[in-house]
Design a protein around this ligand. Sequence first.
Ligand code: C2E
Ligand code: CA
Ligand code: CA
Ligand code: CA
Length: 278
Amino acid sequence: AKQAGRNRSCRFQAAMNERVARRMSLESRLRGALGRGEFALAYQPKQDIATGRLTGFEALLRWSGAEGPVPPDVFVPILEDSGLILPVGAWVIDTVCMQIRAWGDAGMPRVPVAINLSARQFQQENLVDVILAAADGAGISPAALEFELTESMLMTDPAAAEAAMHRLKAAGIGLSIDDFGTGYSSLSYLKRFPLDALKIDRAFVRDLPGDSEDLAITRAVIALAHSLNLRTIAEGVEDETQLASLRENGCDEIQGYLYGRPMAAADCLKRFGPLMEM
Ligand code: C2E
Ligand code: CA
Ligand code: CA
Ligand code: CA
C-alpha cells in the first residue's frame, strides 16, 4: 500500500512538473510574442434584439506562435500573472483604436468596439491616459470605445474603480460588466458605478429556456438591470430557441454564434460595411 502511494505521488509529481514546465515554456514564448507580431484581434458583433441591427463589436485577443494557435483561456491568465498583460493590453487598445479609424475611413457603420480589461490594467495608475492617448493618436473619439470589466475588478478597490470609471464615462466611453452573475456579485454596489450594461454569462444562456433555474436567473438579471437603467446583453447565443426566450424576457442585445462568430476585421467590413461596388 505504501509503495502504491509512493507511485501515485510520483505520478502526481510528474504531472505537476509537466504542467509547470508547460506554463513556463508558454510564458517565455509569450514574452517575445508582441515583438514577433504574433497577436491579432478577432471582432465579434452584437445585435439589438428588437431591431435586428448591429450595435457594436467586442475585440477578442488571438495568439498564434510557432506552435500554432493557443486559446485565450490558456494564455490570458499567463499574461495576467506575469504582468505581460500591461504591454499586450496597451497593444490591444492601440490596435482597436486604429481599426476603428480604418473602418470609419472605409465607410463602416459607426458602432462602438468593446475591449476586455484585466484587473492588472484596471489597477494601473495611468490607464485612462493610455486610453485617451490611443484614441487621440488614431484620430478617433474615445466615445467609439467601450470597456468590459468583471465584478471582482470592481470589488477589489471600489473607490479606485469608481474614480477610474467616472473619468472614462466623462470621455463618453461605455462600460459594462462581463460574465455577470459568475463573480462575487455585490448587488448594492451596482448602483454606485457609472455602468451602461450587464452581460449575462453564457453559462446562464446555454440551457435556455429548458432549465428553469437558468431562466429564473436570466429574468432576474434583466429585471435588475432595467431597474438600474442598464442594458442587458446575452452572451453565447447559439440558436433561435435561446433568442426567442431572451426576446420574450426583454433582453436588449445578443452576442453569439447565431449572429456572428469572432472574425477578422476585413470580414466584418465585408459583412457590415458598405457595398464596395454600386
Ligand atoms: P469573454 O470576454 O467572456 O469572451 C466571450 C468568449 O465567448 C469568447 O471566447 C468568444 O469567442 C466566446 N463565444 C462567443 N460567442 C459564443 C457562442 O455562441 N458559443 C460559445 N461556445 N462561445 C462563444 P475567447 O475569444 O476564447 O475568449 C475567452 C476569454 O479570454 C474572454 O472571455 C476574455 O475573458 C478573455 N479575453 C479575450 N480577449 C481578451 C483581451 O484582449 N484582454 C483580456 N484581458 N482578456 C481577453
Ligand atoms: Ca468580454
Ligand atoms: Ca463574457
Ligand atoms: Ca467569459
